[in-house]
Design a protein around this ligand. Structure first.
Ligand SMILES: [Zn+2]
Length: 853
């Protein structure tokens, strides 16, 4: 018996683990053109023998396009942060290639109800986007793309001819080139000649932050909707250029699973997604099942994964007449790994991804007409859906922060949402022409607009794969209103011209004032401080004459006096003008220090602003996406360099050169807490978010007290075994939006104008109110939930809790922020709070922050 087993294992090994020959993967009933290079001809190794690096992947895609130009066209969508090309192969039959632009134009007519009736779908190809490995360390997808590209370029015969006649394939070999490169380097450098399958081995345990993320440690599979990152922006341009019918998203899951394909959990489909979408997903699923059955692979559906958050690749298409399909292959991570289901080899995972790419294309061909009709109907129905919906339009815009308004409008336009200027005669004073826009709900993207603006409070389920709310104008902290009667629309906005910066009043010999409300004011002030300018901030309000009119200046107004500078007035004005232009700011040239009401400009109510020298703790234990969000905010938006300190480095270096330290969600087991505390006592500003708040309290660095949520069940209740997952799971805070009351006079609230600030909570850090009445600048009242799902027990804990608390520790300040102010880089409504902590933390009056008694 043992002998037999051994022989069987050998056979299995021969067939599976080391089987990197193309025969292992490709259907054997097909012949292949000898003029098309096989992967090994270009990448120097067999598929599955090594993890493909992104550069070699691109080399192969280029080689395929060069060898089969009649079938394959290569486009470069753009470059990643690290300068890697995002390539897209457009693969279809030679006949279709010759009239590709005409096919595209005919196809996109289906998404325009004013033209779609005239589109003839009888012979129209279906458009299918095949996308791989948006999580760079889920690399079987990207490795399978070598095979799919080869197959589509080289296969011969009636079957492939028919397929390519009926399908235009938009082939995206790597959704996340920077992450793929990082991960492949890791997996390859740890491969042994004699494969090591022990999951404990370093090969399977990447160092922080891992290859899942893009350059800024973001999860690109949450960015389809916010589209903050260049990779998403490049991709969306092509998505909307072609409006595919199907988009596949090839991922990996835990190593002990099998293979998942959608449909996912039925009760967790976003209500804006039509039922027909899930029906078609199911029909396509039959093809995946049949193809996987044929090679003997196990799989599951309708569990674990859902179709709720529109920022994911498999869900974003679902609100736009397209069908997104999620594939999740159990990960071998390295080359061969021991799992609950036996040895899992890298080639095996690649084969499943390849086979389901083929099943998708086969299903697309067979169901072509139905998908095309569905897409046409989806957009035709948009007008009916608009008619049945109470809100007819949204108006949005912040007259105090035009740049943020334009950033929001830019996001809408990336999704081909039409926006309009306010019409002449507009009379709602909360919104000003030029600083606000209208979005009519009666347009083809009706459903997506709702996916962006809706507040959601009612849910069918209480478990979620990702966040439960992302109401975008709340996230941006942007004033907006639902209009229940259709307004007149001003001119359609074809291209957005961002507001230009200006210095009102020209050159000053006395002082300049800059309002802190504007998005990029912190970037400008940082540049001033870096250039050695002397800068103050108003801790009081005042009114004074500016260019002939009385103007009110708010808390947080920045004062740049002329005489105290090393520069002369001419040099200073040149610098101020350059910064106003660069950061699109309105700056006021002032001729007097005498105000009409409030504090004169020479008053001690103007505090000195010190240049922040920022370090943030990163490395093992720290949540990479939270850290990446802080990095991205400082680096990309605010041009503020920050040192990334690993705990081990922190523990041995001199910290005196830093006056600001950032710690985000995660755990910090190796950080020297005494050293940190001493640094704060000496005058440092420690900015803590999420679990870092709990860590600091537990380690005696702050004295925040916490509330606990009640347990959902008590010992008297009798429940069945299988209820546990649902009940315990529901006590997670998946992510919802809560409104905090802000003390607008507090330095941490400078730049805010709305009394209620929308913050994003995805943790169970519930802070008790500080005993010092001045130390809680942001506070959750009795009705904090604005959008999203949270359990009753957690909601009770959030009610009347603190969102932000300031502590004094010696000469330093600890800013405790219970939630994530920089969430996914689109939470611009929280970024002011974060920047305030960095710039104004040190000016917070000690008596207003001390909580020890
Ligand atoms: Zn994934």
């Amino acid at each position: 018996m043992r002998k037999l087993l051994f022989a069987f294992c050998l056979l299995l090994i021969a067939n599976c683990f080391y089987a990197q020959d193309l025969k292992y993967y490709l259907p054997d009933s097909v012949t292949y053109s000898s003029t098309i290079p096989k992967p090994k001809d270009i990448i120097y190794h067999e598929v599955g023998e090594w993890h493909i690096t992104h550069d070699r992947l691109v080399n192969y895609m280029k080689a395929i396009a060069a060898a089969a130009p009649e079938r394959v066209k290569l486009e470069t969508m753009g470059l990643t942060y690290e300068g890697r090309p995002q390539v897209l192969l457009i693969i279809t039959s030679p006949k279709n290639q010759q009239r590709l632009e005409e096919i595209r134009q005919q196809h996109v007519k289906l998404t325009d109800p004013s033209q779609s009736s005239s589109a003839n779908i009888d012979n129209m190809p279906i458009v299918v986007w095949i996308g791989h490995s948006i999580h760079g360390n889920e690399s079987s997808g990207a490795n399978a793309s070598l095979l799919t590209a080869y197959y589509l370029a080289a296969a011969q015969g009636k079957q492939i001819d028919e397929l390519l006649d009926n399908v235009v394939v938009l082939f995206d070999p790597s959704f996340n080139p920077d992450g793929l490169q990082r991960f492949s380097t890791w997996a390859n450098q740890h491969k042994s000649k004699n494969l090591v399958s022990d999951p404990n081995s370093r090969e399977f345990n990447e160092v922080w932050p891992g290859g899942r993320f893009n350059h800024y440690w973001f999860d690109l599979n949450r960015d389809w909707l916010p589209a903050v990152h260049v990779e998403s922006q490049n991709r969306l341009t092509w998505f909307h250029k072609w409006k595919p019918n199907i988009l596949t998203d090839h991922h990996e899951q835990g190593s002990n699973a099998t293979f998942f394909f959608q449909p996912g959990v039925p009760s967790r489909v976003n209500p804006l997604t039509p039922e027909k979408n899930q029906e078609l997903t199911g029909k396509l699923g039959k093809f995946h099942a049949a193809f996987l059955d044929r090679i003997g692979s196990m799989y599951f559906t309708k569990e674990n994964y859902d179709d709720f958050y529109y920022g994911k690749g498999s869900t974003y298409p679902d609100v736009q007449g397209c069908i997104g399909i999620l594939f999740e292959q159990a990960s071998s991570r390295g080359h061969l790994q021991q799992t609950n289901n036996g040895l899992l080899s890298f080639p095996f995972t690649i084969r499943n991804q390849f086979v389901t790419a083929l099943s998708t294309l086969e299903g697309a061909k067979a169901l072509r007409r139905e998908f095309l009709e569905y897409q046409r109907d989806f957009f035709k129905q948009s007008s009916n859906r608009a008619g049945a919906f109470g809100t007819k339009a949204y108006v949005f815009g912040d007259k105090n922060d035009k740049t943020k308004t334009f950033e929001f409008a830019t996001m809408l336009k990336r999704h081909q949402i039409a926006i309009n200027e306010l019409p002449d005669g507009w009379n709602d004073k909360d919104f000003e022409k030029g600083a606000a826009f209208l979005v009519s709900l009666d347009q083809p993207q009706h459903s997506l607009i709702r996916g962006i603006f809706d507040k959601t409070i009612e849910f069918k389920d209480s478990l979620f794969y990702d966040i439960t709310a992302w109401t975008m104008p709340l996230a941006f902290g942007l004033p907006y209103k639902e209009l229940t009667t259709a307004p007149g629309l001003g001119a359609k906005v074809e291209s957005l011209n961002f507001p230009k910066g200006e210095v009102i009043g020209g050159k000053s010999n006395y002082a300049y004032l800059l309002e802190w409300d504007e998005l990029y004011a912190p970037a400008a002030v940082n540049e001033m401080l870096t250039a050695g300018l002397f800068v103050k901030v108003a801790t009081n309000t005042f009114e004074m004459q500016v260019a002939g009119t009385n103007k009110k200046f708010d808390y947080g107004t920045i004062l740049i006096p002329v005489n105290q500078q090393k520069d002369n007035a001419e040099t200073l004005t040149a610098k101020i003008n350059a910064l106003a232009e660069k950061y699109r700011l309105k700056v006021y040239a002032i001729t007097t220090g005498n105000v009409n009401t409030g504090s004169d400009l020479g008053s001690s109510r103007f505090a000195n602003v010190t240049k922040p020298n920022v370090a943030m703790i990163v490395g093992p234990g720290v949540n990479p996406t939270d850290a990446g969000e802080a990095w991205h905010m400082l680096d990309q938006r605010m041009n503020i360099p920050a040192t990334h300190l690993e705990s081990s480095v922190f523990n041995r270096v001199d910290l005196n050169k830093y006056n600001t330290m950032i710690m985000v969600g995660g755990s910090y087991p190796d950080l020297n807490k005494d050293k940190l505390k001493a640094w704060v006592q000496a005058g440092g500003v420690l900015v803590l978010t999420e679990e870092a708040v709990s860590w600091a309290a537990q380690n005696g660095i702050s004295d925040v007290k916490f509330k606990r949520a009640k347990a959902p069940v008590d010992s008297t209740q009798k429940l069945i075994y299988t209820d546990r997952e649902q009940i315990d799971g529901a006590q997670q805070v998946f992510g919802a939006i809560f409104g905090a009351d802000a003390d607008l006079a507090h330095p941490l609230a400078y730049g805010y104008n709305q009394k209620t600030i929308s913050l994003f909570k995805a943790n169970r850090v519930f802070m008790d109110k500080s005993k010092n009445p001045y130390a809680t600048p942001f506070y959750y009242g009795s009705k904090p939930l604005q959008s999203g799902w949270v359990s009753r027990e957690n909601l009770d804990a959030i009610k009347n809790s603190s969102a932000v608390i300031v502590n004094t520790v010696g000469n330093g300040r600890v800013i405790n922020i219970a939630d994530n102010p920089n969430f996914r880089a689109f939470w611009l409504g929280g970024s002011k709070l974060f920047m305030n902590a960095i710039f104004f933390g040190r000016i917070i009056d000690a008596a207003s922050a001390r909580t020890e008694e």
